[in-house]
Design a protein around this ligand. Structure first.
Ligand code: HSE
Length: 401
């Protein structure tokens, strides 16, 4: 199988390296040798062995009938979308790590692949090296999926872990993430939750077979989490994580990206640092959890190459993935039920006790003008009504089990 790799950045060079390093075992699993015939990049790489296969013009790739699989690891929607669509229309399977592309155009590209009896595969687009797309499509097929909840962004999980371990504030933890190369120089996509939003849009579309527009998902990032919030979480023996989740309750499907305070009994409590994890709840299976490296050159490349193997094994056969172009209408999150962690100034003490059923309270030595509570579970709407007119210092959804 001759393949072309679009983009020789972090993931693209990882794909070339994985195929070189594990070529023999990959060939056994794919049933034939995988050869990188072309790498497309605008740049030159003097002295790098990739020079022998480097091209600057996509036409060379799309017009070469020998290329059976195109690997798209450029990122961004354009020109990735145009290149991928043309490859599929030319009868080539495509494997991509590009969550923006998949979240926006996944349904359409899957339909083109189906018509052409080829494949559009995107294991690396969610959870980096963690297998989650293939299990959702091919393993958890006996269940009605009731919930998908993930820590889907390594950068924010690193920042929140650092804030907890060191007691530092958000800015300090972000700087450390940037200096270690985890966060982008412009880290907005990570810290505002946009990256996790695209990933849960993909998982929810696959779980329910209809297209979820990521623009419809209520998304809150971690920029407002303070060192004091984290200190309270510690007092409660809880931890704050950025969750991307979707939940089916009756006929309604809810989706939300937001920080949540969870306790030690939650299986996602121990997922720290840059690691990702995804918890899937099926109505007959119960809980199943996927854990591993959610980003990084080789873990992501491993997932991309596993798709190349799948595409090679299924030459001429479309692997069925149900994600129709019909839009899935999400329910209003007003009906979502959570506990709530809330910080109030001490003047609100009486009102807080009058209005809420309080499960836990805490005080911080260095914040003696305030207190924190964790409420009983209630809907978002009920919480907003009860807190109306009160001065709330901060509020984070919580899960007390
Ligand atoms: N910026 C992403 C993260 C990379 O931090 O998880 C993987 O999508």
């Amino acid at each position: 199988m001759k393949i072309a790799v679009l983009g020789y950045g972090t993931v693209g060079s990882g794909v070339v390296e994985v195929i070189r390093r594990n070529g023999d075992s990959i060939a056994k699993r794919a049933g034939q040798e995988i050869e990188v015939k072309y790498v497309l990049d605008l740049r030159d790489f003097p002295g790098d062995p990739v020079e022998k296969v480097l091209v600057h013009d996509y036409e060379v790739i799309v017009n070469d009938p020998e290329v059976g699989v195109v690997v798209e690891v450029m990122g961004g929607v354009e020109p990735a979308y145009t290149f991928v669509k043309r490859a599929l229309l030319a009868g080539k399977s495509v494997c991509t790590s590009n969550k923006e592309l998949v979240a926006k155009h996944g349904a359409e590209l899957l339909e083109i692949a189906k018509q052409g009896k080829i494949n559009f595969l995107f294991e690396a687009s969610v959870g980096g090296g963690i297998p989650i797309i293939r299990p959702l499509n091919q393993s958890i097929t006996a269940d009605e999926i009731e919930e998908v909840t993930g820590i889907l962004n390594g950068t924010t999980n690193f920042i929140l872990t650092k804030m907890r371990d060191d007691g530092c504030d958000f800015e300090t933890a972000l700087k450390e993430a940037q200096s270690l190369g985890y966060a982008e120089r412009n880290p907005q996509a990570d810290v505002e939750g946009f990256d996790a939003c695209r990933k849960i849009a993909i998982l929810t579309s696959l779980a329910y077979g209809k297209h979820v527009s990521y623009e419809d998902i209520q998304t809150e990032g971690i920029t407002k989490i303070t060192a004091a919030d984290i200190a309270y979480a510690k007092k409660f023996e809880m931890s704050i994580k950025l969750f991307a989740s979707s939940r089916k309750v009756g006929d309604s499907i809810y989706a939300l990206v937001a920080p949540k305070m969870i306790g030690v009994n939650n299986p996602l409590y121990t997922v720290n640092g840059v690691y990702n994890a995804i918890l899937v709840h099926g109505n007959v299976l119960g809980d199943v959890m996927f854990y591993g490296s959610g980003a990084g050159k080789l873990p992501t490349a491993s997932a991309v190459v596993s798709d190349v193997v799948d595409a090679t094994k299924h030459k001429g056969v479309n692997i069925m993935q149900i994600w129709s172009t019909k839009k899935l209408e999400l329910a209003s999150n007003e009906g979502l039920v959570n506990n709530f962690f809330v910080r109030f100034p001490k003047e609100e003490r009486k009102l807080a006790w009058d209005r809420f059923e309080i499960l836990k309270t805490a005080l911080l030595d260095d914040h003696d003008d305030e207190f924190a509570i964790i409420t009983s579970p209630m809907t978002e709407k009920e919480f907003a009504e009860r807190a109306q007119g009160m001065h709330v210092i901060s509020c984070i959804r919580a899960d007390v089990r």
